[in-house]
Design a protein around this ligand. Sequence first.
Ligand SMILES: [Zn+2]
Length: 266
Amino acid sequence: MRRCLPFLLLSVALLFACQTVPITGRQQLSLVSSESLLPMSFSTYREFLAKHRVIENTPQAQSVKTVGARIRQAVQEYLSSQGLSERLKGYQWEFNLIEDKSVNAWAMPGGKVVVYSGMLPVAQNDTGLAVVMGHEIAHAVAAHGEERMSQGLIAQLGGVALSTALSQKPQETVNLFMQAYGLGTQVGVLLPFSRVQETEADRLGLIFMAMAGYDPRAAADFWQRMSAAKQGAAPPEFLSTHPADETRIRNIKEFLPEAMRYYRPR
Ligand SMILES: [Zn+2]
């Protein structure tokens, strides 16, 4: 009986360490506190920007900021109307375009988004950009980075150091963050999101772009263009972490009727 106790405690702790993703209602593990994670994310993001050429004051850079701000505002208003504003507590949204021909984009915890200039020809216009950014904003809103790190904590520590993991600033959290987003290698590439998270980001991304007034019917064409770009000599980086395939395009089409219910054309 005594031996069961740690497992019982672990189960109870995990029960309280769950949260629900808005709209999809999926239960996710949440062992990493925003208080410890967001400052790391923000400083890593700043460091990344310092090491890359941030494009400022061009129409393209302005598009990235405008599309990002419109989607962010629509999502904030929606979450607020549902009494879920807490979800975005401490977020400091930022949308930057950097000079880099990789077909890539990513989001760090707390709303720090980067779009690479190589993505622009595939996006083609603001609506295409809204597909990419809706997807990235969805990863941030659904806290997929935190979830992945929480799973990593469980995998690395098991139940043994759960109390440590649950404390404010465990070294393990820092280590996992550096593994995930460290600047040593390619930022955003080391922590592939799971298939479940990718599909969820596709579904929420469509809804978020629709809420902001971008036509979600454009998404399937965007992913077709991504798929075509993949046929080139160098597969886009975005695709190595964001698998684009027929399944994804089929899912997008399946999610479309739901997204259309949120669509508010401007
Ligand atoms: Zn993704």
